[in-house]
Write a protein that binds this ligand. Structure first.
Ligand code: NDP
Length: 243
């Protein structure tokens, strides 16, 4: 039986990943911070697919929160490092310093701490059975997001480096480390950062002519976690409609 932890797993892309992995037979542990009712709704939807699902409230910008999440999750065979947010839209010089720091804290420092926890949960020399860590990056990591959120792009570029370096560090632990870099995907991340119309504005500029849907990211994650991707590690797959 395989159990996978999905951070930020109760809404948006994370919830789509949870539902898709449930269809592939994974038991699930979902992390969240905000909405107990939404977490319970997602938990029930996942269990409808016939797997077990627990939800754990833990703020991943707090190292104790990361430790609590892994302690509550128990033995794992997969981790999806998904929690993240753009937080703010605007040029770097106009972005308050605390927002710059919070963006790096959430999107890079937390991702590193979750990756550390994943190695200790999955690694064979730590008592694990091996497994897969998927880091959710962003197309912004390579595009740079000028005028919009350079600090977020820089943090996600750090996530790409995490994927490359950690994959080599832990290959002998029986762990594959892969990344998925979504383009513009229809979730509330954009409204939360202050631009509710972003998906409709940017979608038509994408080569495929539209924004992506969360389930299209989830399908890529499910493939990367499956045995069909058994020789794929240390690389990040763009799911961005050609952008
Ligand atoms: P959402 O805003 O819909 O979801 C973000 C998730 O992250 C939520 O589940 C949220 O949990 C969780 N989260 C936020 N802060 C914390 C925290 N401090 N501790 C723990 N969990 C936290 O965003 P998306 O689903 O769109 O984004 C998911 C991932 O995909 C992110 O890493 C994002 O950067 C990336 N991405 C998204 C793109 C898009 O266009 N949507 C494009 C490229 C990358 P809660 O609600 O409980 O706080």
């Amino acid at each position: 039986m395989s159990t996978t932890l999905v951070t930020g797993g109760t809404r948006g892309i994370g919830a789509a990943i949870a539902l898709r992995l449930a269809r592939a037979g994974h038991d699930l542990v979902l992390g969240y911070t905000r909405d107990d009712a939404a977490a319970e709704e997602t938990r029930l939807a996942v269990e409808d697919a016939g797997v077990r699902c627990a939800v754990v409230r833990a703020d991943l910008t707090d190292p104790d929160g990361v430790a609590r999440l892994f302690a509550a999750a128990g033995p794992l065979t997969g981790v999806v490092n998904n929690a993240g947010a753009t937080l703010h839209i605007g040029p770097l010089a106009e972005t308050p310093p605390d927002v710059v720091a919070a963006t790096v804290d959430l999107n890079l420092t937390s991702a590193l701490l979750v990756a550390r926890g994943a190695v200790r949960a999955l690694g064979t020399s730590y008592g694990g059975r091996g497994g897969v860590l998927v880091n959710i990056s962003s197309g912004a990591a390579t595009l740079g997001a000028p005028g919009e959120y350079v600090q977020y792009a820089a943090a996600k570029a750090g996530v790409d480096a995490l994927t490359v370096g950690l994959a080599q560090e832990v290959a002998a632990e029986g762990i594959r480390v892969v990344g998925v870099a979504p383009g513009i995907i229809r979730t509330t991340i954009h409204a939360d950062a202050g631009e509710p119309g972003r998906v409709d504005r940017v979608g038509p500029l994408v080569p495929l002519g539209r924004a992506g849907e969360p389930h299209e990211v989830a399908d890529a994650v499910a493939w990367l976690m499956s045995d069909e991707a058994s020789y794929v590690t240390g690389t990040t797959l763009r799911v961005a409609g050609g952008r």
